[in-house]
Write a protein that binds this ligand. Structure first.
Ligand code: SF4
Ligand code: SF4
Length: 472
């Protein structure tokens, strides 16, 4: 049974020892049904992660997060700085969706989908198992003197970790600056792009530091999502949980004795084999209850199930369950809190869909030049404007021109009347608008302009025209 003394595990974290030094965690190699499923999912997600910046949909990079130019592509759908409000809504939908998911299903995201867990547990940790062996061999290797075997194993591991970190840094850069730009920079050679090379080496160093040294501490100490669990989870949230009612029973857990019948002795089903602790990549004991350090990796479920099978007890002593399911035998319920999140999510999705329908593929802006009033040109009045045309499509516009629809007047371009706006490009310039003074009804007239590519209307815009004040 849990008691007051057991709470001492909350006083420290598993990666720091009593002297405040780093305590290395040497988890056992996980095996089992859930681990196999996670492995296949992680292959798919790794493929997605590495391929997404190099796949194009309608000439748009499938996924791109170009924060420097504030341009983002999500699933081949481009978002420009002008669409930033839509991007913000997507981010909010993501946060609310993840919150709802967490309230209902705990940290399933961490164990099955989080890139950090996938890289650490499914890539780097498996390389480590392959080179250094299982938990026992790793502990022995860490303790032994620096002999030929240890040097060979350590150098091999560090070299492979560095190469993968460099590879991840390149992919990361492809997400940031676009794969086309990355390929161009690579083809030009590092000597011509020293600043990019330095950035790449810094990213490599960060990834290497995380996966070779910092490791599970990202989840335990640094991850903000992990820190939010305390407020998101409640007794009805489904989590990787130890069934303490069954595991401890009346007199608590006890070692297995094949000659006794545990149903009559009052001993719990936990045979205190400690395998769930040894297999845990964050070094915790799930039998202490739900902890912020648990990334829901399911390794303890698998190992406990196989132990239960070996000793002839029912599986599921550690399983996906809510506290209320364990204590009160209550099935999953869709709580009012979850309903509230669903309602907010539905509203946000409605706003998002509305914004997508209202979004323009071409955006023309015509603004009066700041600080300029108007000029008399005979019987005409002239105003000067700057214009900007954003082409978000994957088609080049070769014959763009701007027409004044109302009132009657003339558009005079500074430069050629017809100009180009390349695909995913922006063209800016200056123009004059001249209107007969007699046509103006007030000192501020609303203008309606249309933008054409050849004869096709691609956008329209309104702006103001200043004229002399009438004192009639
Ligand atoms: S693996 Fe299962 S039986 Fe073994 S200590 Fe953990 S909970 Fe108890
Ligand atoms: S307690 Fe279990 S599910 Fe949680 S991190 Fe450890 S092994 Fe994974």
């Amino acid at each position: 049974m849990l008691n007051e003394e057991d709470d001492s595990f909350r006083d420290s974290i598993s990666t720091i020892d009593a002297k405040g030094k780093r305590a290395w965690i040497f988890p056992k190699i996980p095996k089992g049904k859930l681990y196999e499923r996670r492995k296949w999912l992680s292959y798919f997600l790794l493929l997605f992660l590495f391929a997404a910046p190099f796949v194009k949909v309608n000439h748009h990079q499938f996924m791109m997060f170009n924060v420097l130019e504030r341009r983002f592509n999500l699933f081949g759908f481009p978002f420009w700085p002008q669409d930033f409000h839509i991007f913000v809504i997507i981010m909010i939908i993501g946060v609310v969706g993840l919150t709802l998911f967490t309230v209902a299903f705990g940290r399933i995201f961490c164990g099955w989908f989080c890139p950090q867990t996938i890289f650490m547990e499914m890539l780097f940790r498996r390389i480590e198992f392959w080179i250094d062996g299982d938990r026992g061999a790793q502990i022995r290797l860490a303790k032994q003197e620096w002999n030929a075997e240890k040097i060979r194993k350590r150098l091999t591991k560090w070299f492979i970790f560095f190469v993968i970190s460099f590879w991840i840094a390149n992919v990361f850069l492809a997400y940031l600056i676009s794969s086309d730009k990355l390929i161009l920079l690579v083809s030009e050679g590092p000597a011509n792009n020293t600043s990019t090379l330095i950035a790449l080496l810094i990213f490599t160093a960060v990834f290497y530091f995380i996966y070779a040294w910092f490791r599970e501490q990202v989840c335990i100490i640094a991850c903000p999502y992990g820190r939010m669990q305390g407020v998101l989870l409640d007794n009805k949230s489904i989590n990787v949980a130890y069934d303490h009612v069954r595991g401890e029973k009346e007199i608590g857990r006890a070692k297995f004795n094949k000659n006794e019948d545990r149903t009559t002795t009052g001993k719990g089903d936990c045979i205190d084999c400690s395998l769930c602790v040894h297999v845990c990549p964050t070094g915790i004991d799930i039998r202490h209850g739900t902890q912020l350090e648990c990334v829901n990796c399911t390794a303890c479920i698998d190992v406990c199930d196989s132990m239960m099978e070996n000793v002839g007890l029912p599986k599921g002593l550690i399983r996906y369950a809510s506290e209320d399911e364990i204590v009160k035998k209550e099935k999953f319920v869709f709580t009012n809190r979850m309903k509230g999140y669903v309602a907010i999510l539905a509203i946000l999705l409605g706003v998002f869909i509305g914004m997508l329908f209202l979004r323009n593929e071409v955006e023309a802006t015509v603004l009066r030049l700041p600080g300029q009033l108007f000029q008399h040109k005979g019987d005409k009045i002239s105003n000067v404007y700057t214009f900007k045309i954003v082409n978000k499509t994957s088609i080049n516009f070769d014959k763009v021109h701007i027409e004044l629809v109302s009132p009657k007047g003339k558009v005079k371009m500074v430069g050629p009347r017809y100009f180009k706006v390349s695909r995913e490009g922006i063209t800016e310039g200056t123009l004059f608008i001249e209107i007969q003074e007699a046509v103006l009804e007030s000192d501020k007239t609303k203008l309606v302009l249309e933008v054409y590519n050849d004869n096709k209307l691609i956008d329209n815009e309104t702006t103001n025209f200043l004229g002399p004040r009438s004192f009639d």
